[in-house]
Design a protein around this ligand. Structure first.
Ligand SMILES: *[C@@H]1O[C@H](CO)[C@@H](O)[C@H](O)[C@H]1NC(C)=O
Ligand SMILES: *[C@@H]1O[C@H](CO)[C@@H](O)[C@H](O)[C@H]1NC(C)=O
Ligand SMILES: *[C@@H]1O[C@H](CO)[C@@H](O)[C@H](O)[C@H]1NC(C)=O
Ligand SMILES: *[C@@H]1O[C@H](CO)[C@@H](O)[C@H](O)[C@H]1NC(C)=O
Ligand SMILES: *[C@@H]1O[C@H](CO)[C@@H](O)[C@H](O)[C@H]1NC(C)=O
Ligand SMILES: *[C@@H]1O[C@H](CO)[C@@H](O)[C@H](O)[C@H]1NC(C)=O
Ligand SMILES: *[C@@H]1O[C@H](CO)[C@@H](O)[C@H](O)[C@H]1NC(C)=O
Ligand SMILES: *[C@@H]1O[C@H](CO)[C@@H](O)[C@H](O)[C@H]1NC(C)=O
Length: 753
């Protein structure tokens, strides 16, 4: 069978060619005041500025005057662009403001059962996510809050765009099934349902109905119970969630016949298939996702869809399947989904899959809470779950997120807006403040999860660095600023190579570097999910590890004898930080002694390599980066880094100049031994790599160059210094740090002498 475009092409290229959507964020609110144009180069708070409650109160009062903080969304990375400005009155520490004007806050839910049970739903509709008491006050909150105003407008715009499109066309995408179909339909049904409720215009109900009829029609999938593709159960989960919202939010508008049709579709194509899946959750057939060991997005998305659909039709369907389903989904999600967050807050799959997992988790938690009065432990049974927003925020660099492992399929209805629910529930206002500026914030869930009493700036007093220490997910994040799109950012990982739902790579020591508004060292992301054996296992001999993008040679790390790293690896880590926090201003220059380092012992990931310590650190007030490898090996060694830059290696073979657009970064080997030789090559498998499965090929990596440093066997200290060529920084201002063994690194060990 002929292969279609790879996932990488489908996902990667559109990101590269997105048109500028600047002004979308800023433009809608024409009344942005100029009170925030008081640009300053100091990160310090102005003298006599209010603190605590007084500051929060004044920040809340300024809300409409200031409007939305970012002025635009970066067209390449879709990250917010902040103005260079100090506004000590508004950019205060993140806080909720409970004594705020009550017209700016959600009222308490009148449905407060004293002993909630999942089979007893609230008396009124909607039940799911947005009960009627919230719709009643929403127009007032929209008028009072610039973010809600922006999002409401954007959702109307999006719904208007979808309105004139034909219903989603059925497309079976191999092993990815009809997941894109399901998520696009869910996205549309949410938007149509929202706009109907905000306008009472039944044209939106009619349009939702045509989308529903399409998704159960004779031209959509096979005409039997497998129409929603239960063999790839995520698809069923997302269809169920979309149908549940349409059924519930448009309940008063549906005729009895329409309700019967939606219910019977949910039961035939959704819940009945769920019962079959649970009966096979021991790994056979297609119910593997229901097992307690599936601590990842599949468990979240599938259980959520079945749960939302059950809650939506509860009472109207009396067959018992609703109760039977909820009896299965809730324990499964508490065991699997809720445990996908490790002790340090990391999502155990990857950064990309955090989005899919938390969308399902947040929808399920919120739906049970609103429909029945409790989340039954989804939010709190894993006491670390609330830290997942820290994981998400620190994974975002100014050149997109730390994209280790698979970067996942198209998003559609999947967003980072669980941050609103989590920020509120776990008392992390910075999660909300961070997410409200993001490009994917405008969608119906945000309208109900956002707490408009939040005030401040997420970056105020936020540490520049964070280290994640769970043995499964050790990684580090360090930066020079939270608000400067040109900031320096480096993230590096170790962690176990198994236990990530087969979404990881053999990538101990892998890193990304952002500076000057672009990514200089990056990851290649997913290979083709349809390739033979791609998800077969994470054992050492898995077919997955034959594909270049999953092999160690496809990562930014060191190879010994060109071999893959060992899946039994158990790295250890060490780190320290000056603890620098950004101040209120978006303009921030770290002090010259501001630094951080992270080191890892990854020798257990290698044969023939008794010692291997890799370290990364910020140098010279976070303007330069040093990556050092202290390694002893009896095999030949090769340092590798993947970059989109064009690379010119100096004839000496010890330094290189990297260029992206008009920006330049130089990298240099410090104290090189004579065998250390820098060169460049293509991002593709070695000629003598083990063969790919029959008929398979690696994806091309267009535009990507590998910078290599070859070293002979022996004991080496390879020190690579990265110097982004900052505008206005004199050559003499760059420092050459001293040579210090990784094991002896301290905060002060690399101070200029
Ligand atoms: C609450 O709203 C009233 C009327 O809009 C306004 O006068 C008052 O200052 C507000 N209080 C706070 C704390 O913002
Ligand atoms: C929501 O946005 C639409 C479209 O811009 C607008 O017509 C409507 O008045 C807004 N709703 C509120 C409550 O402001
Ligand atoms: C919604 O509309 C905004 C503004 O036009 C656009 O940037 C965004 O991509 C749309 N989102 C979706 C999911 O269609
Ligand atoms: C829509 O109808 C409901 C119920 O009759 C009413 O409470 C609400 O104000 C109406 N909304 C609009 C925008 O007309
Ligand atoms: C459903 O129909 C499809 C397409 O005709 C067929 O391949 C599949 O085996 C059928 N499934 C069942 C359970 O009958
Ligand atoms: C739900 O589970 C409980 C406890 O296992 C059991 O007693 C009850 O019969 C189940 N209900 C349904 C509808 O399956
Ligand atoms: C190349 O650029 C794309 C788009 O920004 C990015 O996703 C990718 O990670 C970059 N690749 C490398 C190797 O830096
Ligand atoms: C971090 O560095 C500081 C300053 O040198 C030192 O006092 C502290 O003990 C270090 N922390 C750790 C955990 O090593």
């Amino acid at each position: 069978m002929k292969k279609r475009t790879s996932n990488w092409i489908k996902i990667g290229v559109p990101v590269l060619i997105v048109v500028v959507i600047a002004a979308v964020v800023g433009g809608v609110l024409g009344s942005r005041a100029h009170s925030n144009s008081d640009a300053s180069t100091s990160g310090a708070a102005a003298p006599n500025s209010p603190t605590g409650e007084a500051a929060a109160s004044s920040a809340a009062a300024l809300k409409n005057e200031i409007g939305v903080y970012p002025t635009a969304t970066n067209s390449l990375y879709l990250l917010p662009v902040y103005p260079s400005t100090t506004n000590t009155a508004a950019f205060t520490q993140p806080t909720f403001h409970p004594s705020d004007n009550s017209s700016l806050a959600w009222p308490a839910d009148p449905f407060q059962p004293s002993s909630p049970v999942i089979t007893t739903v609230r008396p009124d509709r909607p039940r799911l996510i947005a009960p009627s008491y919230k719709w009643a006050v929403l127009p007032g909150l929209i008028a009072a809050d610039p973010y809600l105003t922006l999002w409401n407008n954007t959702i109307f715009g999006n719904a208007t765009e979808y309105y004139s499109l034909p219903p989603v066309v059925y497309f079976m995408d191999g092993p990815s099934g009809i997941l894109d179909n399901a998520r696009e339909i869910k996205m549309r049904l949410k938007a149509f349902s929202y706009v109907y409720r905000m306008t009472n215009d039944t044209k939106w109900v009619d349009r939702a109905w045509s989308e529903i009829q399409n998704a159960i029609g004779t031209n959509f999938g096979p005409n039997n119970d497998t129409k929603w593709n239960p063999g790839h159960f995520l698809d069923v989960g997302e269809f169920c969630a979309g149908f549940a919202i349409a059924y519930d939010w448009l309940y008063d508008q549906w005729t009895d016949d329409q309700k019967t049709t939606i219910r019977s579709s949910i039961i035939q194509y959704g819940l009945s298939q769920g019962i079959i899946a649970f009966a096979n959750s021991n790994g056979q057939y297609w119910g593997w996702w229901a097992a307690a060991s599936t601590t990842g997005n599949w468990n979240c998305v599938c259980n959520n869809g079945l749960t939302m659909a059950s809650l939506a039709i509860m009472g109207d369907d009396t067959s018992g399947i609703v109760e039977q389903t909820l009896n299965l989904t809730l324990p499964s999600a508490l065991a699997g989904c809720a445990n996908a967050v490790t002790s340090d807050g990391s999502w155990s799959e990857t950064h990309a899959y955090w989005h899919f997992g938390t969308t399902g988790h947040a929808e399920m938690s919120a739906s049970m809470q609103t429909a029945t009065g409790s989340d039954y432990g989804m939010l709190d049974s894993n006491q670390n779950f609330g830290l997942n927003g820290v994981f998400h925020m620190y994974g975002d660099g100014p050149g997109t997120f730390f994209m280790w492992g698979d970067h996942g399929p198209n998003r559609f209805s999947t967003t980072a807006n669980g941050m609103f629910l989590y920020g509120d529930h776990y008392n992390h206002p910075e999660y909300i403040l961070h997410q409200r500026d993001q490009h994917d914030a405008p969608e119906p869930w945000s309208m109900f999860w956002y707490d408009p009493t939040v005030s401040g700036a997420f970056w105020d007093n936020l540490p520049l660095d964070h280290f994640f220490d769970d043995p499964l997910t050790q990684w580090a994040s360090m930066r020079s600023s939270w608000t400067d799109q040109n900031a320096l950012y480096v993230a590096m990982k170790a962690g176990k190579l198994t236990g990530h739902q087969t979404h990881n790579d053999l990538d101990l020591g892998d890193f990304v570097i952002d500076a000057l508004g672009t990514r200089w060292a990056g990851d290649l992301g997913s290979a083709d999910y349809r390739s033979t054996g791609y998800f077969s296992s994470d054992d050492q001999d898995s077919l997955r590890w034959l594909y270049y993008r999953k092999r160690s040679e496809g990562q930014n790390t060191i190879l010994v004898n060109e071999a893959n790293q060992l899946v039994v690896a158990a790295p250890t880590v060490n780190h320290n930080t000056s603890g620098t926090v950004q101040g209120s201003s978006t303009v921030f220059t770290p002090p010259s002694d501001s630094t951080a380092f992270w080191t890892t012992d990854i020798s257990s990931g290698y044969n023939d390599t008794p010692t291997f310590q890799r370290g990364v650190r910020m140098i010279n007030g976070r303007t330069q980066i040093l990556i050092q490898d202290d390694i002893t090996s009896s095999g030949a060694m090769m340092w590798r880094m993947h970059t989109n830059a064009s690379v010119a290696v100096d004839p000496s073979g010890t330094s290189a100049t990297l260029t992206i657009g008009s920006s330049t970064l130089t990298m240099q080997i410090l104290n090189p031994t004579s065998d250390m030789q820098m060169s460049i090559g293509d991002a593709r498998r070695f000629a003598d790599d083990p063969a790919l499965p029959a008929g398979e090929t690696d994806q091309d990596n267009p535009g990507v160059t590998v910078v290599m440093i070859n070293m002979a066997a022996g004991t080496k200290s390879l020190q690579v210094l990265f110097n982004p060529q900052w505008p206005g920084m004199a050559a003499s201002a760059f420092q050459t740090p001293p040579s210090v063994p990784v094991a002896s690194w301290t905060l002060e060990s690399h101070n200029s002498s």
